[in-house]
Design a protein around this ligand. Structure first.
Ligand code: DAK
Length: 276
């Protein structure tokens, strides 16, 4: 059986696809899954392949319908950008490094598939920023989040100053970024950074998988459009956001999934979405 669903292999990522759910683990556990350049390049290539997969999905039957992103090992989701690599960078290299990872986070947001970050252990700096670019975050009780860049004479460079305040509000974001303080899973859930806290890593992955399978049973086209509508609305005023929503709504009416979903409802039978 192809457990990669055409996604292939990577030096720094483990990928396994089961029942339409791809589990992707950042695989540098000895360096607490720090986001070295090689990891960022692999993440960029992974998202490109996922998008290619989606583009061909109407013909191939949607082999991947949801993604779980996690870290290999027991200690970290990702302990941030790779400090060893960063230490010697020139300002120009740092800009390029920052832009590469920002592009990965944007591509994840634009991917028409649900992506759930499963955080066990540390999600610090770039690790926290990567998790925040996913659709939502589930955490184990031992998860720890933070933006400790100020401890290193740095500032967030992978979208932390943008996404954290959207999730938790500007005052809380300022406090976390200016103090660099680490917070546990429960506080992260209380302030809206995390959707659910599970006990162990196994329970975390099982819960995220259950949610992913629930989404995978819906119309994949509608799921992608719904994700786009929410993202489009971010940062727009109400009138512009409503216009954006109507435009996505209109596109839904051009899909076979919409015709099937509404027909199935009226015939009181379960839908069989063609995925187009
Ligand atoms: N980078 C590289 N290696 C790391 C690492 C990291 N971020 N975090 C841990 N490691 C490595 C350690 O060096 C150690 O390697 P060996 O010495 O065994 O070879 C191994 O992982 C295990 O780590 P520890 O021995 O330190 O483990 P502990 O359990 O004692 O401590 C810790 C765990 C997470 C508290 C600690 O490792 C730690 O504080 N790590 C650094 C966390 C951190 O500061 N992360 C944020 C990085 S800053 C920008 C672009 C990007 C960014 C900013 C700007 N621009 C271009 C503008 C992003 C910045 C960040 O993410």
């Amino acid at each position: 059986m192809d457990t990669h669903a055409g996604l292939g292999r990577f030096d720094t990522l483990l990928v396994e696809v089961l029942d339409g759910v791809a589990t992707v683990s950042i695989n540098r556990p000895d360096a607490l899954n720090a986001l070295a350049r090689a990891v960022i390049d692999d993440l960029a290539e992974l998202v490109r392949r996922l998008r290619h997969n989606v583009n061909h999905a109407p013909d191939t039957g949607w082999p991947v319908r949801a993604v779980l992103l996690t870290g290999a090992g027991e200690k970290a989701f990702a302990a941030g950008a790779d400090v060893r690599e960063m230490a010697g960078m020139t300002p120009e290299q740092a800009f390029d490094y920052s832009r590469s990872m920002q592009e990965v986070t944007l591509a994840l947001e634009e991917l028409p598939l649900p992506v759930i970050a499963c955080v066990h252990g540390y999600a610090l700096g770039g690790g926290c920023e990567l998790a925040m670019a996913c659709d939502f975050i589930y955490a184990s009780s031992s998860a720890a989040f933070g933006q400790p860049e100020v401890d290193l004479g740095l500032v967030p460079g992978f979208g932390g100053s943008v996404r954290l305040q959207r999730l938790v509000g500007p005052a809380r974001a300022r406090e976390l970024i200016l103090t660099g303080r680490r917070i546990g899973a429960e506080e992260a859930e209380r302030i809206g950074l995390v959707n659910a806290v599970l006990g162990s890593k196994e329970e975390l992955l099982a819960a995220a998988r259950a949610t992913a399978l629930k989404i995978a049973a819906k119309s994949p086209v509608a799921v992608g459009l719904a994700k786009e509508a929410v993202r489009t609305a971010q940062g727009l005023d109400t009138a512009a956001a409503l216009q954006g929503e109507a435009a996505v709504f209109r596109r839904a009416f051009g899909t076979a999934d919409m015709r099937e979903g509404t027909a199935a409802f009226l015939a009181r039978r379960p839908p069989e979405f063609p995925g187009r």
